[in-house]
Ligand binder design. Structure first.
Ligand SMILES: Nc1ncnc2c1ncn2[C@@H]1O[C@H](COP(=O)(O)OP(=O)(O)O)[C@@H](O)[C@H]1O
Ligand SMILES: [Mg+2]
Length: 338
């Protein structure tokens, strides 16, 4: 649905030598929820604005729904923007228009007949749970309600793609949860392709299928959320995971590094997360363990657990083999075995 081919972007007024985006290649499949995570200034907004032609690349190509975005004329761009909706951190609603007026605006711009505009607006407000707020003004709404208006407006022209630029960054945790649930529902029920930009790993964990990690304009890591979240390869991705999960323990530099024994990190996924495997392995192999750190959570619908253990006594090799045979991933993270 979306392809970046070696895309770079340097802004006119920018100090020379520092591109906002440098050599970015990625692709987003139809129906996918694709996350882009990065710190402030990493180039996230630039990346998302290249998708709907609000910015043009300095080099490389951005292809969206079959169109080379930079090659589109005025009419082509208009057509593209009907197929690509966008929501923003600060909602960007028109304060002088009512809720219904905001949602109807893109339809009126597209020259749709009045009756159709009214029917479609009502349908969209129902979808985002704001039917009773049609006549209110943005100033009379909470942040979460404003973002619901933003979502309804973005959906007005029936897009295939929804771009979310830090769409929950101005919201409290509970409202964030509701907006993410709404966005997930659009993906599931309408098959909408979603590109979601954020600086929070928790948002990625809740809704994304795949994620790209952006650092100073470059993609430093990309893959399924499960892989990047549970086994981050880049320092940047590890930092984002640490921000939401805290240190897992057992890695030199983290808490617990000076404990004796073989340090291992176990990763349980799905069903294995709840199986009573630790005791069984300890009994069978005579290995004792102390737990240095751990967590259990969900990636979208899939539960996972990660434990950092120090293994002592008994047959440590047999214990590791036994974990692996049970579908548990074992990473050696230091200690005597390293
Ligand atoms: N219109 C612009 N003109 C000049 N520099 C810009 C412009 N927009 C963004 N930048 C610069 O490009 C870099 C990336 O910005 P941006 O894409 O907004 O990052 P993010 O959304 O990750 O915070 C930053 O260094 C920023 O200052
Ligand atoms: Mg930004």
């Amino acid at each position: 649905m979306i392809t970046f081919e070696d895309v770079s972007k340097t802004y006119g007024g920018q100090a020379s030598g520092r591109a906002a985006l440098a050599g970015v290649s990625l692709s987003v499949a139809p129906g996918e929820v694709f996350g882009v995570i990065g710190a402030s200034g990493a180039g996230k907004s630039t990346l998302i604005r290249l998708i709907n032609g609000l910015e043009t690349p300095s080099s490389g190509k951005v292809i969206v729904d079959g169109d080379d975005v930079a090659a589109l004329g005025v009419e082509g761009l208009r057509s593209l923007r009907r197929r690509v909706g966008m929501i923003f951190q600060h909602f960007n609603l028109l304060s002088s228009k009512t809720v219904a007026g905001n949602v109807a605006f893109p339809l009126k711009l597209a020259g749709r007949p009045d009756a159709e505009v009214r029917a479609r607006t009502a349908e969209l407000l129902a979808r985002v749970g704001l039917s009773d707020f049609a006549g209110k003004y943005p100033a009379q709404l909470s942040g979460g309600q404003k973002q619901r208006v933003g979502v309804a407006r973005a959906l007005a022209t029936g897009p295939k793609v929804l771009l979310c630029d830090e769409a929950t960054s101005a919201l409290d945790p509970e409202t964030t949860e509701q907006i993410l649930e709404l966005v997930s529902g659009l993906n599931r029920e309408l098959g909408l392709t979603i590109v979601l930009i954020t600086h929070e790993m928790d948002v990625v964990r809740r809704v994304c299928d795949r994620v790209a990690v952006l650092e100073a304009g470059r993609v430093v890591e990309t893959g399924p959320v499960e892989q990047v979240f549970l086994h981050p390869a880049s320092a940047t991705a590890r930092r984002f995971v640490m921000e939401v999960e805290g240190p897992l323990g057992g890695v030199p530099g983290e808490a617990g590094a000076s404990v004796d024994g073989r340090l291992v990190r176990l990763t349980f996924r799905g069903e294995a997360t709840y199986r009573p495997i630790l005791g069984a392995v300890a009994r069978e192999t005579g290995v004792d363990y102390s737990i240095l750190g751990g967590r259990i959570h969900r990636l979208r619908e899939t539960p996972y657990g990660q434990l950092t253990l120090s293994l002592t006594g008994g047959d440590v090799e047999a214990a590791i083999a036994r974990f692996q045979a049970d579908g548990v991933r074992v990473d050696l993270v230091g200690g005597a075995g390293r």
